[in-house]
Ligand binder design. Structure first.
Ligand SMILES: [Zn+2]
Length: 323
């Protein structure tokens, strides 16, 4: 956890809180599910779908008992995540059919995006499920050594794969994405991607490239997508985004220019919005019906914090080295 203040805005962020004490924070080898006994808990994923024990009108849980999880049949892979309240927690990948036909009343299969939108599990469980999803997705795509092509084996409870032929170790990846509130006085710069729902605008964002700082990525992406030059860049908040394994790094950036020239390959439109307009977009009262992403997304947090004056004053970051 960071020392950042907890506001209602941050509490709404999906996947950002986790009750998991990670295996990497423990001493000793990963326990074996077979020997862990009935105390063990399992998270079952079928691609982007998770199986929940969900009583009507109650918060559900993805932490299934070994007996419950056994009803889904054979698991393609099983990894050890760590502990929750002292109990060992594992994650397993099951076929889509097993999730959809999970044979137990009081259970349901739920898409990971819907899970966050519905608040179907406790907030602290969302981060744990995001870890399960991202690591299992990595295993599904990294069964062979990227160096020599030989099959690899699971190690460190599932947080490593090892090649028996060339000896290389492979680790689950996290892909950093810079997402930025670009501001200039009382206005901020938002864009719409071609896949956005009608009327929705959001903060600009892009993958950070190898050998690039977060600040440089913010400046490059903003210029690429809109032609706007950016000076100072500061960090605000972050959010794991398990599709499949991104980390959204939320920044605030000071624009040095105003003229917009959008890249049609990246954006349908980009505009400057006033603080009052964004307040209406958040509240769902914009006269043209324009909107912003939901409160589960970090773009919403950046915009809300800007509208409410949480993001205010000079950005406490190093000056632009390219200037
Ligand atoms: Zn190899």
């Amino acid at each position: 956890m960071t020392g950042a203040p907890t506001t209602p805005g941050r509490d709404a962020l999906a996947y950002a809180a986790s009750c998991l004490v990670r295996h990497s924070a423990e001493f000793g080898p990963a326990p074996d599910l077979g020997q862990a006994g009935p105390d063990a808990r399992l998270v079952l994923m079928a691609g982007e779908t998770v199986i929940l024990r969900a009583a009507p009108a109650e918060t559900g849980t993805a932490l299934l008992t070994p007996d419950e999880a056994g009803r889904a049949g054979e698991r393609a892979i099983e990894i050890y995540l760590g502990r929750v309240e002292g109990r060992p927690v594992f994650a397993g990948a099951v076929p889509e059919e097993a999730a959809l036909l999970f044979p137990a009343p009081g259970h349901r299969a739920l898409d990971l995006r819907a899970l966050a939108a519905e608040g179907a599990v406790a907030r602290e469980e969302q981060g744990l499920i995001a870890t399960a999803k991202s690591v299992l997705a990595w295993h599904a795509r990294h069964r062979f050594c990227a160096n020599c092509g030989s099959p690899t084996t699971v190690a460190a409870g599932g947080f490593r794969r090892e090649c028996g032929t060339c000896g290389l170790h492979h680790f689950p990846r996290t892909d950093p994405v810079a997402i930025m509130l670009v501001r200039r006085g009382e206005a901020c710069l938002l864009g719409r991607g071609p896949h956005f729902r009608p009327g929705m605008y959001s903060c600009l964002a892009g993958f950070i490239e190898p050998g690039e700082t977060v600040e440089a990525a913010v400046r490059r992406e903003t210029r690429e997508e809109t032609g706007v030059a950016v000076g100072a860049v500061g960090y605000h908040a972050s959010q794991p985004w398990p599709f499949p394994a991104s980390l959204m790094i939320g920044c605030v950036a000071e624009a040095l220019s105003e003229a917009i020239r959008t890249d049609p390959d990246e954006l349908d439109d980009a505009r400057w919005f006033t603080r009052a307009e964004v307040a209406h977009m958040i509240a769902g009262t914009h006269p043209e019906g324009l909107s912003v992403p939901p409160a589960t997304a970090i773009a919403h947090l950046l915009l809300r914090d800007w509208v409410e004056g949480v993001i205010e004053g000079a950005i406490g970051a190093a000056p632009d080295p390219d200037a």
